[in-house]
Design a protein around this ligand. Structure first.
Ligand code: NAI
Ligand code: MG
Length: 353
């Protein structure tokens, strides 16, 4: 097949890890007889420097026409003055909203070779394999904000339609996995959560009777996620709860540098694939960033946007194989020998030949 992929390298280590994932996609194209076109555009801080805005119209236009979008990361100290009129992160929120990407999929899978990098006991971590589906374009992050001299407020609101669509994404995903959905809310306190729970129960009963649905309060979920992470298959939750739980979940896998994400919308929407980590300014330019999260994100791109399941599984198997070989970047190596971004990428490419 032929696919046009827009690459948004962004800031800090973004360009370093995006280049690694592009090399992997090129190797996949060669091996499986596809052709992929890559078009680079600016987003984030680099876009502010070059165009005066974090999401230039030329970038958004190219993204709308693409088959999929691969993103590095945005942000950095250069653009982080809280009083600045434009900030890199605005580019991310704007592109997700503009493309209608309301479901953020964050798979968390532990791999035996990397367990040592996690601060959690290895016996709790073996065989962990779940996906968090985080609602991405609603809730308190997008609600009306007010501020007076002595009060501030952020409005959290959700419509039935917003809840239904992200829940359907979660249920459909569970049908392709182990058939279990855990819906996370705070229904003992929040009205939006009571609506969320009602909608989840109805969608589960009427549309997905084959999927087991359980409800979980977010505070106890934070605890269960560490105490019994193997029990979960698909976890679905609203925007802010998902933001917090996924950072917690990253500690299960051992490093932020291992966790990919996909931001998806209705069928036909152009998906964005990116590592969950940021631009890591502390290590940018040193050539030591872990490229695996972005390579796993490229695998999700192959699976979810291009329908290339075998190719996606081949890429994932290649990364697991190099982890088994002990090819660790500094974030995974603890005190042992660490390889560069380029060497880690070459090891994956060698497995793909
Ligand atoms: P971060 O994820 O960039 O870094 C946190 C820590 O993890 C750092 O010590 C970093 O060196 C390390 N790290 C992250 N990714 C790594 C990788 N691939 N390999 C090895 N080590 C890695 O988060 P931080 O420091 O809070 O934010 C830095 C900048 O990134 C900020 O401007 C922030 O706003 C932005 N950011 C952007 C995101 C995005 O583009 N989606 C997400 C999170 C933060
Ligand atoms: Mg976050």
């Amino acid at each position: 097949m032929h696919a046009e992929i827009v690459v948004l390298p962004g800031d800090g280590i973004g360009p370093e890890v995006a280049a690694a994932a592009v090399a992997v996609l090129e190797a996949v194209a060669t091996r499986f007889g596809h052709t992929f076109g890559f078009q680079e555009h600016d987003i984030g801080g680099v876009a502010i420097d070059r165009h005066g805005e974090p999401l230039p119209a030329t970038t958004l236009e190219a993204c709308r026409k693409a088959d999929a979008i691969l993103l590095g990361a945005v942000g950095g100290p250069k653009w982080s003055d809280p009083n600045a009129k434009v900030r890199p992160e605005q580019g991310l929120l704007a592109i997700r909203k503009a493309l209608g990407l309301y479901a953020n999929l964050r798979p968390v899978r532990t791999h035996a070779a990397a367990l040592g990098a996690s601060p959690i006991k290895a016996e709790l971590l073996e065989g962990v394999d779940f996906v968090v589906v985080r609602e991405l374009t609603g809730g308190i992050y997008f609600g009306e904000k007010t501020r007076t001299a002595d009060t501030a407020s952020d409005l959290c609101s959700y419509s039935v339609g917003e809840i239904e669509r992200v829940l359907r994404t979660a249920f459909r995903l569970a049908q392709t996995r182990r058939g279990k959905v855990t819906s996370v809310d705070k229904a003992n306190v929040l009205e939006t959560s009571r609506l969320w729970r009602d909608v989840a129960a109805r969608i589960g009963r009427e549309e997905f009777p084959d999927v087991a649905l359980e409800h979980q309060l977010v505070d106890s979920m934070a605890m269960h996620l560490l105490a019994k992470p193997r029990e979960y298959d698909v976890i679905v939750t609203e925007n802010m709860f998902g933001d917090i739980l996924t950072d917690e979940a990253s500690m299960l896998a051992g490093s932020l540098g291992l966790l990919p994400s996909a931001s998806l919308g209705d069928p036909g929407a152009v998906g964005i694939y990116e590592p969950i980590h940021g631009s890591a300014p502390d290590i940018a330019g040193k050539g030591i960033a872990n490229p695996y999260a972005t390579i796993f994100s490229a695998a999700m791109l192959l699976r979810h946007s291009l329908g290339l399941d075998d190719e996606a599984a081949t890429v994932e198997a290649a990364v697991y194989a190099v982890l088994d070989d002990g090819v660790f970047t500094a974030d995974l190596a603890a005190k042992g020998f660490a390889v560069s971004t380029a060497a880690a990428t070459d090891a994956v490419l060698a497995k793909l030949q």
